[in-house]
Design a protein around this ligand. Sequence first.
Ligand code: FAD
Ligand code: UDP
Length: 373
Amino acid sequence: MKVDWLIVGAGFTGATLAERIASQLGQRVLIVDRRDHIGGNAFDYYNEDGILVHKYGPHIFHTNDIKVWNYLSQFTEWRPYYHKVLVVVDGNKIPLPFNLNSLYAIFPPRYAEKLEELLLTNYSFGAKIPILKLRENADGDLRFLANYIYEKIFYGYTFKQWGMKPEELDWSVTGRVPVYISRDDRYFQDHYQAIPRYGYTELFRRMLRHPEIKVLLNTDYREVMDEIKFNRMIYTGPIDEFLDYMYGPLPYRGVRFDFITLDEEWYQEVGTINYPNEYDFTRITEQKYLSGQLLPKTTLLYEYPTEYIAGKNEPCYPVPQKDNQQRYEMYMKHAEKFKGTVLFAGRLADYKYYNMDQAVARALTVFEQEVIK
Ligand code: FAD
Ligand code: UDP
């Protein structure tokens, strides 16, 4: 077989690049994935009760990037969806990100009022403050509040999720869920928030439906590399694996996803409920909130963070820490020797905690700046 491009990985990064190369340049692409499906971590499927479930954890699309939104809108219609999350604190379910409503859900009204006033004098309405920054505030009451939130919401969850304390990770990790000086209970505030109306897998099918794109599943690229003639390669898998772990493995976090279907219509009040302090799972997501389906049964998705072992489970999260970033940079420096033949992009190859829209944005940039020359 002869193609212009061999693309490793059929997730958002690989699929976007395959689609652009085929539709804009008319070049031939072979996209290879070692899993038995397209879509990477965004893959979804209908379970035996007809409920659309996300195999690798709940995926909610949100972006402020109009270019990404318009690009993906060519391949899907959308179902508008605002994701809401509650977090269990001392048996009460309160809004997350922690906001002014959460304050009143926890503290007696007079103390909540005092804390609200302090927050509003220290920060402007609408401000988002990472928990590790709020803990640096000099005011005694605000520090009490920050420590309370840190201990009750961040410490246990982060320990389950990453096996370490919040301050051992780059601040941006816990900064994804900042304290929000607002009454807005939505998990995200992006301009565009929606779920592909017919699911993510269908979106990928449409992206890859071009006659110049061939898809090969259940195949590690190393099995076919010598049998296929190609001019250039795009690699979206783990960068350390590509370079035979020459600088040692980059750590990733794995997650076990357990699905339970109940013979009842609804289980919980919102899409996701987080459990920082109890149980071994981090959160429960009720899939029907995401799919918008109305069915008599309901499927719950439990996430159990685990160690990542290459070849045994999937590398779900890169681990944002200074040492890992330095090791990644060593790999990237070495990867320069593939300049002109292999391009690297994606959550695993870039070793960056990308959301889906960031993976697509990165792929579009690679297409414009490195594929078209
Ligand atoms: P991936 O989807 O990981 O695709 C890489 C592909 O490469 C994989 O399919 C893999 O099998 C393949 N591959 C690797 N090595 C080889 C090889 N040697 N040979 C062949 N194939 C190979 N983002 C959001 O925007 N919103 C969310 O709500 C959200 N929730 C998430 C929840 C969880 C639990 C996780 C883990 C991620 C979540 N994300 C979310 C992030 C989202 O999954 C990623 O941004 C996106 O999937 C990145 O796409 P990618 O193509 O870079 O990587
Ligand atoms: N986090 C936490 N408690 C929560 C929710 C999040 O401590 O109830 C921290 C935790 O470290 C987590 C990070 O914030 O890994 C980012 O959370 P997010 O919901 O963005 O994670 P993702 O959806 O990417 O798994």
